[in-house]
Design a protein around this ligand. Structure first.
Ligand code: NAI
Length: 298
């Protein structure tokens, strides 16, 4: 089966930089596209730092680091990727922005190439519809941090061809990730299972359970590495709310209704670790600290 030799990643932020690194580490050449030189340099710096950390931990050699970096080309001109076999988009999670990007990619890149999106939950069918090759559009959902997390959700839409799916699946294997196939419905598999569980944990807080008790229950009773309330603070309560709203609207099913306390925390600007306070309080190093006030609710 043909495996991609020329791959591009569009958007070198949190996810795109990691995805480009994973592809280059697997031995493939990758072209990273960003909006300007500044972002491009930031992205390359993230990758270089990741690889140096990996080497310092004894997990790779200097030769591996050097070879990996040599396989990454960087550009701010989308026209430079006209001849890739696969383009993976990792730009912000807004359907209109992604649709515009896919229409552009469709007009620039040779018509045999496969176009993939790293969307966390937008409809692959809707993204594909902005191109003239929806049968060659597929979701490849990596997890953060991409160089560490082994899973990639593979999401064919109802229009994606079985040929595209097979090639994409092979690619995921070639870059040493575990692929799981998901339907093109909100939340795919991981978020659909994980986020409602976290939302339910927030209902438990509303009913009077202590965040610490809920976290310990799932850590020691279900062997989770991190309790759901801590996970909520780490993911960001705004991201969590947006995901629940996506499930609620996408399935038109009341079982996905976001917990009112989650909405209140987002409205009050307490978004979790990134704002220093969510269900727990964090210092500037991101460490959990004792609350210095007593909330009437949590
Ligand atoms: P980010 O904001 O860190 O990075 C997005 C990058 O795209 C930015 O560096 C921006 O300059 C660049 N960009 C924007 N427009 C562009 C254009 N026209 N051409 C080239 N580059 C452009 O966002 P992040 O977190 O990396 O998310 C990207 C995608 O990955 C989203 O769809 C998100 O839902 C998804 N995702 C995010 C995860 C996370 O944990 N942050 C996990 C899995 C998926």
């Amino acid at each position: 089966m043909s495996s991609f030799e020329k791959v591009s990643v569009i958007g070198g932020g949190l996810m795109g930089s990691g995805i480009a690194q994973v592809i280059a580490e697997s031995g493939k050449n990758v072209i990273l596209v960003e909006v300007d030189q500044n972002r491009l340099q930031q992205s390359l710096k993230i990758i270089t730092n990741n690889l140096h950390r990996k080497m310092e931990k004894g997990k790779c050699t200097y030769e591996h680091l050097e070879k990996t970096l040599e396989r990454i080309t960087a550009t701010v001109d989308l026209n430079d990727i006209y001849d890739v076999d696969l383009a993976i988009e990792a730009i912000p999670e807004k359907l209109e922005i992604k649709k515009k990007m896919f229409a552009k990619l469709d007009s620039i890149i040779n018509s045999d190439a496969i176009l993939a999106s790293n969307t966390s939950g937008l409809s692959i069918a809707a993204i594909g519809a902005s191109t003239k090759r929806p049968e060659k559009v597929i979701g490849l959902h990596f997890f953060y941090p991409a160089p560490i997390m082994n899973l990639v959700e593979i999401i064919p839409s109802i229009i994606t061809s079985s040929e595209t799916y097979k090639i994409a699946k092979q690619f995921v294997q070639d870059i040493n990730k575990n692929g799981v196939t998901c339907n093109d419905y909100p939340g795919f598999l991981v978020n659909r299972l994980l986020i409602p569980m976290v939302n339910e944990a927030i209902y438990c807080v509303m009913e009077g359970a202590k965040p610490e008790d809920i976290d310990n229950a799932m850590k020691f009773g279900a062997n989770h590495r991190m309790g759901p309330i801590t996970l909520a603070d780490f993911v960001g309560l705004d991201v969590l709310l947006a995901t629940m709203e996506g499930l609620y609207e996408g399935f038109s099913d009341s079982k996905y209704r976001p917990a009112p306390l989650l909405k209140k925390l987002v409205e009050s600007g307490n978004l979790g670790k990134k704002t220093g306070q969510g269900f727990y309080v964090y210092n500037e190093n991101g460490e959990k600290v004792q609350k210095n006030f007593q909330s009437a609710v949590i």
